[in-house]
Design a protein around this ligand. Structure first.
Ligand code: HEC
Length: 240
């Protein structure tokens, strides 16, 4: 039998340690490539606008962002161009021009500075973006667009879309309406109506719902919930 000399024993020991370290590292994932998104829900197929356009705080800046994006443009792709984590207040309220379809398809307010965008994943208002620019603690200027958008829009379009008689169709609920200057169209300010805390739906629950959404049977609703709660990483916040 070959005599195991001291240097050979040392080399053997050294190699064993190396092998052990390698095993440990591989199994701890130290050398693993960074984990890419765990599910398809994390991946966006939307085009991103130049970064300086992606944080609109006025109605007219939303129009600039919209016009920088390819058409047709869906509401989820517009949402994905907003700064994350999104700040949201989701509410199961059905008394508005954009009613929730229930606790699992709530009306979702997305807040960016003084701008509040409202969307719903299902129901009669699902193709509408309703929004308001807060000008003080009691009044906001109102706007609305119907999606998907097929072409560029005029600065005046979000204001024109809600025109009714000498004001807007919103005034039946948002009272004390008055005409106001300094906006990209014929604009009206009216009373702010705030969502109720009692009807609030948490982002944590809606994120789980989005992750388990049945895409085959409910594609639009799933897409909307995913853009807000998964890709948008929404967190609960309050209106300004
Ligand atoms: C039937 C009543 C009703 C009508 C009509 C209505 N809203 Fe509202 N709106 C509400 C209620 C109620 C809230 C508070 C949130 C909730 O419970 O849905 C609200 C809140 C809002 C908000 C967030 C806070 C604020 O006041 O700025 C915006 C933006 C908004 N509505 C836009 C509109 C626009 C745009 C129109 C017109 C196209 C409109 N709403 C018409 C009932 C209405």
């Amino acid at each position: 039998m070959m005599k195991v000399t001291k240097p050979i024993r040392r080399t053997f020991l050294f190699l064993s340690i190396l092998a052990l370290m390698n095993f440990a590292f591989v199994n701890c994932g130290v050398f693993d490539p960074p984990k890419s998104s765990s599910s398809k829900d994390d991946e966006s197929s939307c085009t991103m606008a130049p970064v300086h356009l992606r944080s609109p705080t006025t109605i007219d800046q939303v129009t600039e962002l919209i016009n920088a994006l390819p058409k047709p443009l869906s509401i989820p792709c517009l949402i994905e161009n907003l700064p994350t984590p999104l700040k949201v207040f989701a509410v199961n309220s059905n008394f508005s021009a954009q009613p929730a379809e229930g606790a699992d398809s709530p009306r979702i307010f997305i807040i960016n500075g003084k701008l509040v965008l409202s969307v719903v994943p299902a129901g009669i208002g699902k193709d509408l973006l309703e929004y308001g620019q807060f000008i003080n603690s009691t009044e906001s200027v109102k706007a609305e667009l119907k999606f998907p958008l097929e072409e560029q829009i005029a600065l005046s379009q979000p204001y024109d879309h809600i025109k009714s008689g000498s004001g807007t169709s919103c005034r039946f609920c948002h009272t004390s309406e008055r005409s106001i200057n300094g906006f990209g169209g014929e604009a009206f300010a009216s009373s702010i109506m705030r969502p109720s805390f009692f009807q609030r739906q948490t982002s944590a629950r809606l994120r789980t719902l989005a992750q388990n959404c049945d895409k085959a049977n409910d594609p639009y609703r799933c897409e909307m919930l995913n853009s807000v709660f998964v890709r948008g990483r929404a967190q609960d916040a309050d209106l300004p």
